[in-house]
Design a protein around this ligand. Structure first.
Ligand SMILES: *Cc1c(COP(=O)(O)O)cnc(C)c1O
Length: 358
């Protein structure tokens, strides 16, 4: 992509518009169209995107927001960021996605919203979740930071909930060359509130009039220009991830269990996560073979010291707790070759505990 990226940098350098401006406006239109949603507002990062959505929905002190225990901490940080309390619930054992029955059981008089996380690139069961949120009059928000381009029953991530938060952190499926994020929503008024709050609460028609006390969380012109280039290649990059994951599924030894994909879902495999019983032995074998790996995430959110309230002990959430001990992220990227997948699987098959043939 170097030639196209160089061209994008030079075009933006020449324009002199480094925050907002035509590249940001063009990217917002292109990404909204990609997500099959009416509005996209570029912001500083994915955490801000989530916080701005919650704020625009009026979520604040005294409110509770239901979030999955198995997610990156940013999901819960955004809830705390607006002064509300995250209510952590357990996830489905096959997919590690938010369990609609657990969500319903967690709803109380202070609950105002549910944040569904499309973890590892597979969309949460928004159809079942919407039945719950509709019944109780709650907002259903999508944390789509790991799921650019994913679909559920044909609908794109970002087009189903009241609003969605995306991150363009470099390692995400659509990554900038620095931080970036976006709010995507079909609700024009909500998009306008987010845009205003992210730009110092500025009035639409008088830039010196600040109608709410907002903040600074805007997308850079340079990042938008880069994202426009990378968006053109996103479907091909996601297809390469899907192919790599299919290859893993076929070649992994029996002791490495990939997560289930629900029939209605078209995931984009942000990460190649498997569950193993003896993670220490497995990661040692990978490290010795010079193969990188990751843990997403070894501490479930309800056990993070940051979210323990009033010295109370963390609530046990059996599925999320067990998954935190077992999950292992194998190499995954659009440039991963078939030979590389074979090599990772051969090393895993050589670990006796994983029951491989070797
Ligand atoms: C990356 C991520 C975020 C936060 O995005 P940033 O751009 O890093 O702030 C939020 N939620 C999930 C699930 C993520 O993976």
């Amino acid at each position: 992509m170097r030639a196209e990226l160089d061209e994008a940098w030079h075009r933006t350098l020449g324009s002199g518009r480094f925050v907002g401006g035509p590249e940001v406006a063009a990217f917002e239109a292109e990404f909204a169209a990609y997500c099959e949603a009416a509005n996209c507002v570029g912001v500083g990062n994915g955490t801000d995107a989530l916080e701005l959505v919650l704020e625009a929905l009026g979520v604040g002190p005294g409110d509770e927001v239901v979030v999955p225990a198995a997610t990156f901490v940013a999901t819960a940080e955004a809830v705390v960021g607006v002064g509300a309390v995250p209510r952590f619930v357990d996830v489905d054992a096959d997919t590690l996605l938010l369990d609609p029955a657990a969500v319903e059981a967690a709803i109380g008089p202070r609950t105002v919203a549910v944040v569904a996380v499309h973890l590892y690139g597979q969309m949460a069961d928004l159809e079942a979740l919407a039945r719950v949120t509709d019944r109780y009059g709650l907002a259903l928000v999508e944390d789509a930071a790991q799921a650019h381009g994913a679909r559920l029953s044909g609908r794109r991530a970002g087009s189903v909930g009241v609003a969605a938060a995306f991150s363009f952190y470099p390692g995400k499926n659509l990554g900038a060359l620095g931080d970036g994020g976006a709010v995507v929503t079909g609700d024009d008024a909500l998009a306008a509130r987010v845009r205003r709050a992210a730009d110092h609460g500025r009035s639409d028609d008088d830039r010196h009039l600040h109608v709410v006390s907002g903040r600074n969380s805007r997308l850079d012109g340079l990042q938008a220009a880069v994202l426009r280039v990378k968006l053109r290649g996103l479907d091909a990059a996601n297809a390469a991830r899907v192919a790599a994951m299919a290859h893993y599924r076929a070649a992994l030894p029996p002791g490495c269990v990939p997560l289930a994909v629900r029939p209605a879902a078209d995931p984009v495999h942000h990460l190649a996560v498997v569950q193993v019983e003896d993670r220490a032995v497995t990661t040692r074998a990978l490290t010795e073979a010079g193969i990188g790996w990751g843990l997403h995430y070894p501490v479930p959110c309800q056990r993070q010291p940051a979210f323990l309230r009033d010295g109370r002990p963390p609530v046990p959430l059996p599925v999320a707790d067990a998954a935190a001990r077992r999950v292992l992220s194998l190499p995954m990227s659009p440039t991963l070759t078939a030979e590389q997948v074979e090599r990772v699987c051969a090393v895993l098959a050589s670990v006796p505990a994983l029951g491989g043939a070797a």
